[in-house]
Design a protein around this ligand. Structure first.
Ligand code: C2E
Ligand code: MG
Ligand code: MG
Length: 560
């Protein structure tokens, strides 16, 4: 090589090295430009680099092949270099010349080889760092993970723009049902599609990442909030492109619109706010999308207070059983009663809605339910010993119990410890929405019945899987929720009246007893009579009563 060409080579080589050693400002086109000039200098026809994560993937040709230069005249491969990286990755470099090219000198080949080796070590390092990025910032299904989220948040914060953003945390609603209906694989596709919709709504300067399962986190500019909320509220998502099949997906979400005076010291502050709001949203008491504002924060604090006060309250027996009679609407006799919990705290009665949803967030509710059953059995035993007339008492069991493998033993231990004949106990369970819990529900109901304990579906009609639930599980009693009971203003031909009559009839045909909850007026009693639903529970007869009042009521006999 003459001096001029040698100088030209070293200038290009230096440019190439400086591009490769400045990863922050790396622009692929710059590198390609230099490589092209090097190829021209040596009259090369084509240069290719290949990258594979492992030799197995290399054999399967599953990797990245990059053509760095190609003048379309490549005939002979003159250099092939294969390099195995530290992590087992494989990089290959190939250089081609055209048939009519002059032979390259030994010195020239040496220089070309030098370029190829530099290039390979660069490609190997560069691709590996991409892979490390993928491993560190994405989960196994390719969704960005919480580390991506924190990095994004810190970036926004560093630019002093944190107060321009909204944070959200969402959980797909009834996703296990979706999985059950359309299959897991399509379920995954639906989750991804929903994620993409939200990613689009969050825009270029936003992020959506997955926490695990069907839980996701988002951060996006405030003006996009409405758009995102609309998607949370529910959108049809396609899962079968060929047949155009779609399913409606919505999310339970906690949302935190970062206030203008917010100062972020660490991303955890924002996470706390959205998790808190999401937890509240999950109770469904305030809708399925909850904003973390000062009011919500106060509510959370109240929840924490309930949670903290519970163990002592239970030990101090601050929880009382109130009994609400179930009455035969034809003869007015009391045929049973439901045991409902009241917390008497500093002389004030706290209704269940104030504390049960909080206890249901953990497993405290289970301790409370066992306690209630224990107190009920105590009362029944006393009534029997006193020679009083005794009716069947139903207790509520939270769905949280369903996963407890010792549930049955625990119930039987309590009932039998008080020597209460099993026919006096009924267990009320509400519908479940997940397929897993459904199996547990079936197992629990069957085994209770084997031991002579009645089971009832509580709040029938407000859940989602109602018909399937009663077809597959042999309940003794159907408790129709008061939202199904026609009000005084409903005509006999109204949809509610129609559905009510048919639900009662269906329950009877399936061999179930039928109880209607929330009966408040004489007209509603009439409605029950006409529909042949013989048992009513509601304020028309009595509110839930303290035990002494209930005993008195039992002694008085029939209402009519
Ligand atoms: P639930 O099991 O459906 O109980 C019926 C609820 O309806 C009771 O509310 C009762 O007071 C109310 N109710 C009865 N008749 C009428 C009426 O005519 N009109 C109206 N508007 N309401 C009526 P309560 O006692 O506030 O209990 C609410 C819920 O809390 C219960 O609903 C049950 O799900 C839960 N709960 C109560 N005690 C326990 C318990 O010991 N364990 C568990 N796991 N849950 C409980
Ligand atoms: Mg109940
Ligand atoms: Mg109910």
């Amino acid at each position: 090589m003459d001096k001029a060409r040698l100088e030209q080579f070293y200038t290009l080589f230096e440019q190439m090295v400086s591009i490769m050693t400045d990863p922050e400002h790396f622009v692929r086109e710059d590198l390609i430009g230099v490589l092209e000039q090097i190829c021209e200098l040596f009259r090369l026809a084509k240069g290719v680099t290949e990258f594979y994560m492992s030799p197995e993937l290399e054999a399967a040709k599953d990797g990245e092949i990059l053509v760095d230069f190609d003048n379309g005249k490549a005939d002979t491969e003159i250099i092939t270099r294969r390099l195995i990286g530290a992590a087992g990755s494989v990089v290959i470099g190939r250089v081609f010349v055209s048939e009519d090219a002059q032979d390259l000198s030994g010195e020239e080949l040496e220089k070309i080889d030098l370029v190829v080796r530099c290039l390979l070590s660069f490609v190997s390092r560069n691709r590996l760092s991409n892979a490390v990025e993928r491993l560190g910032y994405y989960d196994e299904d390719g969704y960005p993970n919480v580390r991506s989220y924190n990095r994004f948040l810190e970036g926004v914060n560093a630019r002093g723009r944190i107060t321009k953003y909204t944070a959200a945390c969402y959980n797909l609603r009834h996703f296990s049902m979706v999985n059950r209906d359309i299959g897991r694989e399509r379920g995954d596709a639906v989750m991804l599609e929903y994620f993409r919709l939200l990613e689009m709504a969050a825009g270029e300067d936003g992020i959506v990442c997955r926490l695990g399962g069907d839980n996701f986190l988002m951060f996006f500019q405030k003006e996009l909030t409405d758009q995102v909320l609309e998607i949370f509220a529910g959108v049809p998502v396609q899962y079968d492109e060929k047949n155009g099949k779609r399913t409606l997906i919505s999310a339970t979400a906690g949302v935190f619109i970062v206030p203008d005076d917010f100062v972020m010291e660490h991303p955890g502050q924002i996470l706390e706010r959205v998790y808190g709001a999401l937890n509240t949203a999950k109770t469904e008491q305030y809708g399925s999308i909850v904003f973390s504002d000062e009011k919500m924060l106060a509510l959370r604090e109240k929840m924490v207070r309930v949670h903290n006060a519970f163990p002592d309250a239970l030990r101090n027996r601050e929880f009382y059983v109130y009994y609400q009679p179930k009455v035969n609407v034809f003869d007015g006799r009391i045929v049973g009663a439901e045991a409902l919990c009241r917390w008497i705290k500093n002389g004030k009665v706290v209704p269940p809605m104030e504390f049960i949803p909080v206890l249901e967030q953990g497993t405290d509710i289970c301790a409370l339910d066992f306690y209630m059953l224990d107190r009920v059995c105590e009362d029944i035993r006393r009534w029997l010993d006193q020679g009083r007339q005794v009716v069947r008492i139903s207790v509520n069991l939270s769905r949280k119990h369903l996963v407890d493998v010792n549930l049955l033993e625990h119930i039987m231990e309590i009932v039998d410890r008080h020597h209460v004949p099993h026919q006096y106990i009924e267990v009320e369970l509400t519908e479940t929405t997940t397929d897993v819990a459904f199996r547990d529900l079936k197992r629990v109901v069957n085994s209770l019945q084997l031991r002579g304990i009645c089971t009832s579906v509580d709040d029938f009609g407000v859940g989602y899987s109602s018909l399937n639930l009663i077809r597959e599980i042999p309940w003794n009693v159907l408790k129709i929720d008061r939202c199904f009971l026609p009000g005084d203003l409903d005509s006999e031909n109204s949809i509610t009246s129609l559905m009510f009559r048919h639900v009662v009839q269906m329950a009877h045909e399936m061999g179930m007893e039928c109880v209607t909850e929330g009966v408040e007026t004489i007209k509603q009693v009439e409605t029950l009579r006409k529909a042949q639903c013989s048992i009513a529970q509601g304020y028309f007869f009595d509110k839930p009563l303290p035990v002494e009042d209930f005993e008195q009521r039992m002694e008085q006999g029939a209402y009519i």
